[in-house]
Design a binder for this molecule. Structure first.
Ligand SMILES: C[S@@+](CC[C@H](N)C(=O)[O-])C[C@H]1O[C@@H](n2cnc3c(N)ncnc32)[C@H](O)[C@@H]1O
Length: 288
């Protein structure tokens, strides 16, 4: 977090602020809620580092398509809200567990089961899903292989997620039954997600604004929580449509309460419960 400093001398005019927020919105879909003073501090520090003395000089440098790419990524990294924790919305994880157990018992799971954490931040959400899926499959005596993919627009968040190491205060959010099986304490205040989970999970940088180009196959569970709340309604509807195209027939699209914007489709049935907005894609069970 940037502290207030002499760099607060950097001032954006209303027009420059609007232009910047508009451009950020176009690139990431998100409506940035960073306070103006913090935005000015960040831009002030960055332009000083880059040897630029004027606001306009810095803003102009963001316009050059090739050279500005890294700078945009740095801005996006700073301005996206990355708050997350293990098992953040317990009812959603309970629904995933129930889904895996039910399908394992009904023998509607194929040899591969896949999960996508959309807007995965620093990885806690996908590792939680991994623990739930692994536990439910083995509890059901099912030998199915599973794998999980996490994607986020923040390179910093993805880099941290890939490490799979967390401090004790984060680990405390994990229910004991999962913590004792899947978390290892290697050192004081350093906890690792065990290999049984870690080795089945991958993280990638990917921007939901270009979700239709993401080179991913279809998933049995598409899990998107606390991401679309920062998008405008039209973008949300478009992204949810795209997420459904990436959901296998019979699979679940699990959205957070904030993602629920009265989206309707004739390709999925809404099966919401306990504050979780979930859709099951119609068309039987498509197995991997
Ligand atoms: C508040 S966090 C939620 C993390 C996790 N899903 C959870 O519920 O705990 C929102 C995440 O969405 C990511 N995000 C925002 N805009 C995005 C975009 N256009 N494409 C992909 N990820 C995005 C942010 O970088 C951030 O990590």
């Amino acid at each position: 977090m940037i502290q207030r400093s002499a760099q607060a001398m950097f001032k954006l005019s209303d027009e420059q602020l609007q232009q910047l927020l508009h451009e950020l919105q176009q690139r990431t879909g998100i409506t940035v809620e960073t306070p103006r003073w913090l935005l000015e501090e960040y831009l002030g520090e960055r332009s000083a580092e880059l040897g630029m003395s004027s606001v306009q000089g810095y803003l102009d440098s963001l316009k050059d398509d090739l050279g500005s790419r890294a700078e945009w990524l740095a801005l996006v990294d700073l301005l996206t809200v990355k708050e997350t924790r293990f098992f953040r919305q317990p009812a959603a994880f309970q629904q995933v567990r129930q889904e895996v157990c039910t399908r394992a018992q009904a023998d509607t799971i194929g040899p591969e089961f896949s999960v996508w954490s959309v807007g995965c931040s620093t990885g806690e959400e996908l590792y939680s899903l991994g623990m739930v899926v692994e536990h439910a499959l083995r509890d059901s005596g099912c030998a199915t292989n599973w794998h999980g993919i996490g994607t986020d627009v923040s390179f910093g968040a993805v880099a941290r997620a890939k490490i799979g190491r967390y401090p004790e205060r984060s680990i405390n959010d994990i229910p004991l039954a999962y913590r004792s099986r899947y978390i290892r304490c290697e050192d004081k205040d350093q906890y690792w997600v065990c290999d049984r989970i870690f080795n089945r999970i991958s993280f990638f940088h990917s921007n939901l604004m270009h979700v239709e180009n993401a080179p991913f196959a279809k998933f049995d569970i598409v899990f998107c929580q606390n991401v679309l709340i920062y998008f405008d309604r039209i973008t949300r509807l478009h992204v949810i449509d795209q997420l459904l195209t990436r959901t296998r027939a019979g699979g679940l699209l699990v959205l957070g309460a904030g993602e629920d914007i009265g989206w309707h489709t004739d390709q999925a049935e809404r099966i919401s419960q306990d504050g979780v907005t979930t859709y099951r894609k119609l068309g039987g069970f498509e197995n991997g």
